[in-house]
Design a protein around this ligand. Structure first.
Ligand code: HEM
Length: 432
């Protein structure tokens, strides 16, 4: 598979894995992943579909959709058979005008961690994952807390806030940039590219959206190269500095272009996800006020509340794989070349593992078993940082605004993408 542009190049062969005869399926017919109804509440569809046809083929997408916990985990656990090389391919083919822009840019994008084959992934994950140490993450806690407080200070006297734009949008970007040793202004510049990229790679973008995203891409790539090159001159006391020192000690362990690519990946993977998961979580906590009050009264529950948020309504609720050989999932034959859409959002509500799966319960004893951060060889490398950020955001809100409540009458809007999920606005108020 040609991987030169990986994430910005449509699948070279759109017919690969398409069954010769389309299986007739009522479930597939009712699967409309970009409809407003589904985006608003995909769990209703998941619950029914898991019962009736837990592995089904969507001819519209040309994906096999996998819904049960047991089946999703078995796919995650076998990256040789179910390769992630298509994880960042655009779901909607790139239009010719955007492809022209892409081809004119000086991008050297190559598969990096999340979409690498098992052969090279193991080697790279060992190096990049080992350096992602608990010390590097934990030492950021007080800095993240100070950032969160700075943002809360700006609106605490107002008696109301829109939490996504006023807190959750920028804080995770500032945190990941601190981790990589970049500045606050850089974080704001890069953040803007996040939602564009989510729609272009995982949604149904218009031509104008594709063009806008491609134009920003060259700038972002250049920014990433400059960031790494500057770190190479003067490696800081941060994760990027650590990776540079590893390369300076032995340049054969990975190429400098690979390092550009991982940093490019992390600037996206490291904040849009956390923004959206936090927004979903606060929405659930405030929708069932008894859960919020429980959390405010018992600090020992913060860690489990984060796990329960990632189970109940994670921000990456689907992820993709491709079958490298003829195989099967849950008793269904899956031919070589088949594209697979793992629905972790569905698996996380599977009653076989999570009784009353649709109920939000921050005391749930097995919340940690969720698949919101993946599983196995590609399990989210940033998980400790994401959880730390989410916990600190919740802690500061609970400490400083325990009386916070949802403004009545708001409707929930989501980005139209196949895998990302996060409320775009969250209006809250409190009495001063
Ligand atoms: C709540 C926030 C987050 C969610 C829901 C999330 C979710 C995921 C998921 C589902 C995967 C793919 C797992 C697989 O293919 O098995 C992944 C991979 C990854 N994530 Fe996250 N993530 C989050 C935050 C972060 C953060 C903060 C960072 C960086 C600091 C990060 C860096 C990565 C990387 C580098 C990979 C690729 C790992 C590999 O393939 O070896 N993520 N994440």
């Amino acid at each position: 598979m040609d991987s030169k542009f990986g994430m910005f190049q449509s699948d070279p062969d759109d017919t690969a894995g398409r069954p010769a005869v389309c299986p007739v399926s009522e479930v597939a017919d009712s699967f409309d992943p970009f409809s407003a109804e589904y985006l608003h509440d995909p769990y209703r569809f998941f619950d029914k579909a898991r019962e009736r046809e837990p592995v089904f083929y969507s001819s519209e997408l040309n994906y096999w959709v996998v819904l049960k916990y047991e089946d999703v985990t078995s796919v995650f656990r076998d990256p040789e058979t179910f390769s992630p090389v298509n994880a960042r391919h655009p779901v909607t083919p790139i239009c010719p005008a955007a492809a022209d822009v892409r081809d004119s840019l000086d991008l050297a994008i190559e598969p990096s961690l999340v979409d690498e084959t098992a052969q090279t992934h193991k080697h790279h994950r060992k190096i990049f994952g080992t350096a992602f140490t608990p010390r590097r993450v934990n030492e950021m806690e007080e800095q993240i807390r100070a950032i969160v407080d700075r943002y809360i200070d700006r609106f605490i006297d107002d008696g109301e806030a829109e939490l996504v734009s006023q807190l959750l949008y920028e804080v995770p970007a500032l945190a990941i940039f601190l981790f990589l040793g970049a500045s606050d202004e850089d974080a704001v510049f890069v953040k803007k590219l996040g939602s564009d990229r989510a729609i272009v790679n995982w949604g149904k973008p218009s031509e104008a959206e594709q063009l806008a995203m491609m134009h920003g891409m060259g700038e972002h790539w250049q920014f990433t190269k400059d960031l790494v090159d500057r770190a190479y001159e003067n490696p800081g006391d941060n994760y990027l500095g650590d990776m540079v020192r590893i390369h300076q000690n032995d340049p054969t362990v990975f190429t400098i272009n690979y390092l550009y690519n991982v940093m490019f990946l992390m600037q996206f993977a490291g904040h849009e996800t956390t923004t959206q998961a936090s927004a979903n979580g606060i929405r659930h906590l405030l929708s069932d006020r008894s859960q919020w009050e429980l959390l405010c009264s018992d600090p020992s529950l913060f860690d489990n509340a984060v796990e329960e948020i990632l189970r109940m309504d994670t921000s990456i609720f689907g992820w993709r794989r491709i079958a490298t050989r003829d195989t099967g999932i849950g008793g269904v034959d899956i031919p070589k070349g088949s594209r697979i859409l793992l629905m972790m959002g569905s698996a996380n509500h599977d009653e076989a593992v999570f009784p009353e799966g649709g109920k939000f319960d921050i005391k749930r004893s097995n919340a940690k078993k969720h698949l919101g951060l993946g599983l196995g060889a590609h399990f989210c490398m940033g998980a400790p940082l994401a959880k730390l950020e989410m916990r600190v955001i919740l802690e500061q809100l609970a400490r400083r605004l325990p009386g916070m409540r949802l403004k009545p009458g708001q409707s929930w809007e989501y980005l139209p993408t196949l895998v990302f999920r996060g409320v775009q606005k969250l209006e809250v108020e409190w009495d001063n």
